[in-house]
Design a protein around this ligand. Structure first.
Ligand code: APR
Length: 320
């Protein structure tokens, strides 16, 4: 049986980490693509040379021509510009929108049956534009944000409570960024909701709010420390988990930026919601009941995504 083919569009910090993880997890053959000459080729060769040590066999190649992604089963898109200190995700919009147009055309031509995972920021607007530019079905184009945001939340909670990250689950909704909505009553330690843990004296509401705020600012905290770029280990791990759920038809329930068709009262937009990811791509969007406060926070987040979409339409009226 032929190995799966994974195309990584963008071979920067996240792209290289994705390729390495795909090798370590034996997910298939990997093609790194980039406009920068030498970068995808160099990273591909370096990772391939780690194969004999780590014990993985997949082939790794680099390319500057979209023809190399032909027939890919999964495309993970990180092409574009990453945030520098002082830059918001939204500052990236104009530059990265043009990149999405090129990437969408390349995927439409060479990998129209792929499951496409977008990571490029500002995420919810870029994945929406990428779906439009590529013309692929909405269930096959998804954005990576919620897995990362909830991983950050889980990490902070586990270290606060001094328990294993494995026993902490976290539930986040909404856009990727400062308005994302972590839901305390659906986030748990071994099934015990955070709201109950507060009642049990594990932490105060105020401390929980601080952790939630740190989660919202999680991306900026890393940018501030790195100074020359944004996070890449955790974003890459998160996208690989989504790709694996698709390739192995695991039907994981993961928070993703998905196209909404009436769910949560929204249409023709991408925003973070819990999804079932399997061989059909986004097989189901799970719609949960929100209380008044949660709905207000979600609406605020949706409004900020809509603002980004409007800005995109201003630059590219063909987005409709
Ligand atoms: N086509 C293909 N690749 C491109 C294009 C393009 N039009 N424009 C830029 N690139 C490539 C760059 O050459 C670079 O190698 O995209 C890569 C981006 O890599 P990095 O700058 O290292 O950024 P990275 O940290 O990987 O983040 C990528 O993900 O999380 C988001 O905000 C982040 O939007 C950013 C993206």
């Amino acid at each position: 049986m032929a190995r799966n083919k994974i195309a990584l569009i963008g071979s920067g910090m996240i792209g290289g980490t994705l390729a390495h993880l795909a090798g370590l997890k034996d997910l298939g053959d990997v093609v790194l693509f980039d406009i920068a000459e030498g970068t995808p080729q160099g990273k591909a060769l370096d990772i391939a040379e780690s194969g004999p040590v780590e014990g993985f066999d997949g082939t790794f190649s680099g390319a500057n021509d979209y023809a190399a992604i032909e027939g890919a089963d999964v495309c993970i898109v990180t092409a574009g510009v990453a945030r520098k200190p002082g830059m918001s995700r939204d500052d990236l919009l104009g530059i990265n929108l043009k990149v999405m147009e090129q990437v969408g055309a390349g995927i439409a031509k060479y990998a129209p049956n792929a499951f496409v995972i977008c990571i490029t920021n500002p995420l919810d607007a870029m994945v929406w534009a990428l779906q439009k530019f590529s013309g692929l079905p909405t269930n096959k184009v998804v954005g990576m944000a919620g897995v990362l945001d909830s991983a950050r939340f889980r990490h902070f909670l586990a270290s606060e409570f001094k328990v294993s990250v494995e026993d902490v689950t976290a539930f986040v909704l909404g856009g990727h960024g400062d308005t994302m909505v972590p839901l305390a009553r659906y986030s748990t330690v071994a099934g015990i909701p955070l709201t109950d843990l507060v009642k049990m004296g594990w932490c105060t509401n105020e401390r929980l709010e601080e952790i939630i705020q740190r989660t919202r600012d999680g991306g900026a905290e890393i940018v501030g420390l790195l100074k020359t770029g944004s996070a890449y280990y955790a974003p890459a791990a998160s996208a690989i988990q989504m790709a694996e759920s698709y390739l192995k038809d695991k039907k994981r329930v993961l928070p993703c930026a998905a196209a909404l068709k009436g769910e949560y009262g929204l249409n023709d937009m991408y925003v973070g919601v819990p999804c079932v990811i399997g061989e059909g791509g986004v097989e189901r969007v799970i719609e949960i009941e929100l209380d008044t406060d949660e709905r207000a926070n979600f609406d605020k987040s949706v409004d900020s995504v809509k603002g980004l979409m409007e800005a995109c339409r201003g630059i590219a009226p063909n987005l409709g």
